[in-house]
Ligand binder design. Sequence first.
Ligand code: SF4
Length: 437
Amino acid sequence: MSHSTPRVGFVSLGCPKALVDSERILTQLRAEGYGISATYQDADLVVVNTCGFIDAAVEESLDAIGEALEENGRVIVTGCLGAESHKVLDAYPNVLAVTGPHAYEQVMSEVHQHLPPLHDPHIDLIPPQGVRLTPRHYAYLKISEGCNHRCSFCIIPSLRGDLVSRPIGEVLQEAENLVQAGVKELLVISQDTSAYGVDTKYRTGFWGGKPLKTHIQTLAEALGAMGVWVRLHYVYPYPHVDRLLPLMAEGSILPYLDIPFQHASPRILKAMRRPAHAEKVLTRLQAWRAQCPDMAVRSTFIVGFPGETEADFETLLEFLQEARLDRVGAFAYSAVEGAAANTLTGAVPEAVKEERLERFMAVQAEISAEKLGRMIGRELEVLVDAVEDGMSVARSYRDAPEIDGQVLVEGVALPVGERVRVRVTHADEHDLWATPL
Ligand code: SF4
C-alpha cells in the first residue's frame, strides 16, 4: 500500500465490552492520525478484535483472522481469543502479534511497531511525545478535521481541507465509550475548536434520544455532564467563547483554555492572517478571570515571523507581561514548505530569532514562577499519571499532559488513573510539589 496516511483495517467481533475496546483503539488510531480503512485491500494492516466465549465464537474469530490474512496479509489479533494465544498461533503462525482482551495499550504499541504513525509537527494536534501512547485514563477526542482559516504560516487547510465537524451524536457516543472504558480525562482537540459546527450551520443532531445543536457550547455541556475532566484545546477567542465560562466557573468542564495567540502586534497578526486577531484579548482575559478567577490560560507564540521588528517584538513582551498567562509555549519562526508566509519579505536573521526567543522565555519564566508560587498552600485535585521511583507524577486542572507542568508527590505511590486531593508545598517555574491530604 502506498498512502501518505497509514491506514488500518478493523474487524470487531464479540460482546459490547469488546466493542468498547474496539472503539477505544479506533479512537486512538484516529487521534494519532491513522486512517481507518473500510476494505482489506486499502489497509496497511488489519486489527482483528476476537471473541472466544463459546466454540462458535472461536470458530468465527479464527475464520476472521484467516480471511484478513488472505486478503491483506498483515494482521494483529486482540480480544478474548488472544488470551489463549496458542489457539491463534497454532492456526496462523504468521500473524504479526497477538494480545489479549482490554489490552488497548499493547495493541497500540504493536500498531506503532508494525506501522509507525506519521508525525508531522506542522499539522499534528497531539504533541510528538503523545504519539507514544496515551495511558488508559486520558484520551484525545477529535471533534472536527480541517480548518476554514488561511494563516499564512500554516499548510493544514491545503493538506486537510476546510473544516468538517463530526456529528455531535457520534462525538458524544465516542466520549461515552471512552468514559466506560475507564478514561478520566477527555482532551478535546481539533484545528479550531470554537468553530465546531460552523460548517454544518450548527445542524441539530441527536444523542441519547435528545436533539442537540452541533455547537461547542452544547458539546461542552454534554461532555461536562459525563463526570470526567474535560479539557478544551485550540480555542480561538470568538465572541461565543464567553458562553463557555459559566461551565468552567461551575466546574463542569476544567477551567483551562488553550488559546493559540501566536503574537500580539496587530501588524504581525495581520501578516499571519490569524483568526480573531481583532478581538480585544486583554479585556476578554480580564472579564474571563473576573468570572472564573482560577482559570488557567495556555497559549503558544511564534517569534521572528517575517517582518517582525524590535518594536513588534516589544509589543509582544508587553502583552505577555499584561496577560499573565499560566502556560506558554514559544517557537522561533521557521518556514514550512508550501506556506504563504514564505513569500513575505523581511526575514528575521536566525541569531535575532534565537535572541528574541530567549528574551521571551525569560519573561514568561518569571511570570510562571510567580503564578505557581501563589499555589503554595492550596488544596488541589490531581489526576495521577504514573508512579516513578516511589514518586507519584500527577497533574492538576492547570496541566495538560505532555505540554504543561506536573504535580509531584514524593515518597508515596498514589493510585494511577485516579483523582486525589493534595496540598501544594513547593513550586518552581514549571512544576508543583505536594503532599496527599
Ligand atoms: S487556524 Fe490557522 S494555524 Fe490553525 S489550522 Fe487553521 S490555518 Fe492553520
